[in-house]
Design a protein around this ligand. Structure first.
Ligand code: NAD
Length: 423
């Protein structure tokens, strides 16, 4: 069964999409009305406006958000993004997706997300640091190692996490590494965290290929977005013997049907600022990249990239959602009708939050694990989550996204039910 889009659902508003996805699972699970109403909304929404001193002496007042969707299974967890396009509904949707993501991989966290409306690319390091320290101060009424643990997302780096950790620690008067994950190693970061989302994505692709009886060495892949997730996923696919034929970033894409070594593109992008112009490749637009002939398509840039307009032209056998919400509900139905195996975002990109969980556990224990241990534990968790989702998909005759939602929503609903209602 595909997602039922017969009722009018916004194809653009991410929160309406997230609620619609939830409604389908809630209907199938016969969730009682009070549970449904609880889980359909975000439990806490903090909107902040704060001044940031710019290098030229001027002051800019920026708006930021920190939203906790649900904490029934543990402290809230979720990234912070800096972008001119951040909106309240985007952050709400992302926080809800975090709840389901943590539940689908069965780690003891709820869901949260944060964002600041800004143009980080036009800001200096000093301006970014002042922005981060003030935003951290504003949201410090919500965050904390037992309450809500931020992490990196679009345009927020390990350095930004270090400033968050330092600001919070300065407020309480002692070092609190466990308040944030995705930190540099030198202050309690975890081995393997930087690559974790892309690596988790690779593990789900390997499982999907096995399920479909395909060999990775005979497959081609196209990856949209060449940041933390996309560059890692592309490099690891290449190392597994997959031919990566196309890559892109916000400035455009590159294509070579004979294959591209993503590790060389990482170096090229570090020097030039973009993948565009990489020697031996043809330029393609981001829209064209999605429609190229390939076996594996990894949208790893942003939301709503595959829509009802282009879904019919997608040629891949597997779509692994590296980004959050890259496929709209209408498009999802079309992909499933075409027999494309979609690995939903809450499973395909859950590697990041899984290693964030490891980082938090290590920080709380002040006892650190090797990269081999991290990657082995990550693989076990992702493979188990994939198999749990596949089993649900088979037993309920539903697509992988609906199956992942059924698994996740039932886990969160059970935790909420068994805790009871307060007061
Ligand atoms: P990033 O900032 O490191 O990289 C984003 C990439 O996308 C960049 O290469 C950028 O140039 C490109 N991009 C931006 N706008 C684009 C556009 N319009 N068309 C094509 N490319 C565009 O971000 P990231 O951390 O890799 O996150 C990418 C996606 O993955 C986001 O949806 C994020 O929420 C999701 N995600 C990230 C993590 C993580 O651990 N970093 C975990 C889970 C999900």
């Amino acid at each position: 069964m595909a997602l039922d889009t017969s009722i009018a659902v916004s194809q653009e508003n991410p929160f309406e999409i997230a609620q619609h996805q939830f409604d389908i699972a809630a209907d199938m699970l016969n969730l009682q009305q009070d549970l449904r109403d609880t889980l359909r909304s975000c439990m806490r929404e903090l909107i902040v406006s704060f001044p940031v001193g710019m290098d030229d002496g001027s002051v800019r007042v920026l708006r930021g958000y920190r939203i906790q969707h649900n904490i029934a299974r543990g402290p809230a967890k979720g990234g912070i993004r800096y972008s001119p396009n951040v909106s309240l509904d985007e952050v709400r949707a992302l926080s809800m997706w975090m709840t389901w993501k943590c539940a689908v991989v069965n780690i003891p966290f709820g869901g949260a997300k944060g964002g600041v409306i800004c143009d980080p690319k036009s800001m200096s390091i000093g301006e970014l640091e002042r922005l981060t320290r003030r935003y951290t101060t504003e949201i410090s009424i919500l965050i904390g190692p037992e309450k809500d643990i931020p992490a990196p997302d679009m345009n927020t780096s390990p350095q930004v996490m270090a400033w968050i950790m330092d600001t919070y620690s300065m407020h309480v008067g002692y070092s609190v590494p466990a308040v944030v994950t995705g930190k540099p190693l030198s202050i309690g970061g975890s081995e393997g965290r930087t690559e974790a989302t892309g690596r988790g994505c690779l593990f789900t692709i390997r499982q999907a290929l096995k399920h479909l009886g395909l060999q990775i060495q005979k497959c081609t892949a196209a990856v949209q977005g060449f940041g933390n997730v996309g560059a890692t996923a592309a490099s690891l696919l290449h190392l597994d013997g997959c031919k990566v034929v196309a890559l892109s970033d916000s400035r455009g894409g590159i294509y070579n049907p004979a294959g591209i070594d993503p590790r060389q593109v990482v170096r090229f992008k570090a020097e030039t600022g973009s993948v565009v112009g990489f020697p031996g490749t043809k330029p393609v637009s981001n829209a064209e990249l999605l429609e190229l002939p390939c076996d594996i398509l990894v949208p790893a840039a942003m939301e709503s990239q595959i829509t009802s307009v282009n879904a019919g032209r997608i040629k891949a056998k597997i779509v692994a959602e590296g980004a959050n919400g890259p496929v709209t509900p209408d498009a999802d139905r079309k992909l499933i009708e075409k027999g494309i195996f979609v690995i939903p975002d809450i499973l395909a990109n859950a590697g990041g939050v899984t290693v964030s969980y490891f980082e938090w556990v290590q920080d709380l224990q002040s006892f650190f694990w090797s990269e081999e241990e991290i990657n082995a534990r990550l693989e076990r968790i992702i493979n188990r989550a994939f198999q749990d989702t596949l089993a649900m998909s088979t037993s309920r005759s539903v697509d992988m996204r609906t199956a992942a939602y059924l698994l996740a929503v039932s886990r969160v609903a059970e935790a909420t039910r068994v805790r009871g209602r307060y007061p």
